[in-house]
Design a protein around this ligand. Sequence first.
Ligand code: GCU
Length: 627
Amino acid sequence: MKRILITLSALGVALCALAAEPAPYAQITNIGARTTYSLNGGWRTLVDLYEEGAYNYRGLPKPLKQTFFVDKRFFDDETKLVEYDFDVAPLLQVPGDWNTQRADLYRYEGTVWYRTLFERPKQPGKRYFVYFGAANYASVAGLNGTILGKHVGGFTPFNYEITGLLREGSNSLVVKVDNRRHVQDVPTTTYDWWNYGGLTRDVLIVETPETFIRDYCIRLAKPVAPADARAAKKEAALQKKQGEVIEGWIQLDGPQASQTVTVAIPELQASAQVVTDEKGFARFSFRAKVARWSPENPKLYEVKLSTQTDEMTDRVGFRIIEARGNELWLNGKKIFCRGICIHEEKPLGGGGRSCTEEDARTLLGWVKELNGNFVRLAHYPHNETMIRTAEEMGIMVWSEIPVYWHIDWNNPDTYANAVNQLTENITRDRNRANIIIWSVANETPLVPGRLEFLTGLIDKAHELDPSRLVSAAMEKEYIDKQTVTCNDPLAEKVDLMSFNQYIGWYDGDADKCDRVNWTFAVKKPVFISEFGGGALAGRHGDKYQRFTEENQEYLYQKAVGMLSRIEGLAGTTPWILKDFRSPKRFLTGIQDDYNRKGLVSETGQKKKAFGVMQNWYAQLKEQYEGR
Ligand code: GCU
């Protein structure tokens, strides 16, 4: 076996160990349109509770050649003491969390080393990247004994260029994944969902031309109010003849940065041709007679992007989302978001992360059964398949980063982490028409540093994507015994005033809903981003008895009555579609590590409250779409 050559640079990297690994390569978007080689399947794994694979007995970083990144099969003499061997180590399936794959890892929080072997792709003149859909929570990747980089954040994609590191024959990819929680992380040390660790989404080798389309944006231009009647008449004539303005930009990556680029919608015989600058960037705009994307008509167009060295397609919807006063407007019509919250867990089979289309269709099928047209994907970016499946099914999305509860507000590294997760989320999904809201936080206390932290994220979201609304699940307070308002200073900054409320569960009983009213000083669309209560499917009793289906049903009946009285209510997403695992739920025999606020149980059993939302949303559907 050829001894691996440890370069001085790699050694240098090793000396600063795993603390300051290089960052991932610039994010590549629309991976699904690329030539890829899947690395999904069984990976050999080492559960490294004491960090033996990276640190010595004094807790100091080991030189790279002594770490688990150097896969034993690269050593050439059996006399060398090596106390690990991936070739005979236990397997874990990728994608997937380790908690639900092995009973000994159910509550494990620490490092697991993953190793897979793959043959080098054979195309000369191509570039190669290794792409991770997500790794929770922090990961360091190495290929053939060279560190590729470190990524932090458990729910967004990242990739590393490996073109120059690929070897003929077998290549050894080793990934150190660590799901331990830390105060300075995003999310911080406590949250109401299971800390599923591992390579939880697809791992792929991505093949690109030497100069390729790395990123792009394409959308319907927000209509500009005409200066006068003459301008309005001119625009109307143009729209009639050529359609509406499609705008965007394209970013190439590679040595031939300046190229002629064509962006086309073949179905509409519409296109633009531009030349990218010396950095590979160009903006474009052209007119096309697009049918707007909407829940009732989720029209997607094939968009073709081509350059002299690359071409790719995407399926894109075109729509306009706006907040007008305290109303939400989609494509010039007032809408109501008939939604529900969802955690990213398998719909059936006892929890665990899932990123399959089948599971997405099951979950989103339940949303459709509710007469829903919207989902709040809590509390972190879900997998891309979920977003694209929802887009195809005509389901709008609230997309959120896990700035959840009491974050380390005054820590610059924490803020940089949150900005990075927001950026990776928007970069991946900016061309998905069904995402209408970027959310920067959930239930964060009004403490020093929090407003500045969140205002920065809101500004960043607007900067990265001026075409969507920005919000957060904000704070509210009683101004007297029967009146609640949103007292959150963020209300001035967001486009949508959203908050979670649990009157009838954490706050009084269901009858309290009849006594409480809501008032708002800020005139913006109001969104109830959570409400509800728990029930164990199949547990029946008096409507005031906690955790019975009757209690949950009664609570929903009363809550719907109260919410219907809110002026400017533009949407609701009750908490939550399906019971989900959480280490904060101890009630043996009822919760058993599950948060039971789902309208559907973890075995797919619909509870009585499901029917309450189904009926209310049927009425709202008739009211808003029956016209
Ligand atoms: C909060 C929080 C959720 C949590 C829910 C609950 O509103 O946002 O993540 O699961 O309450 O207590 O069930």
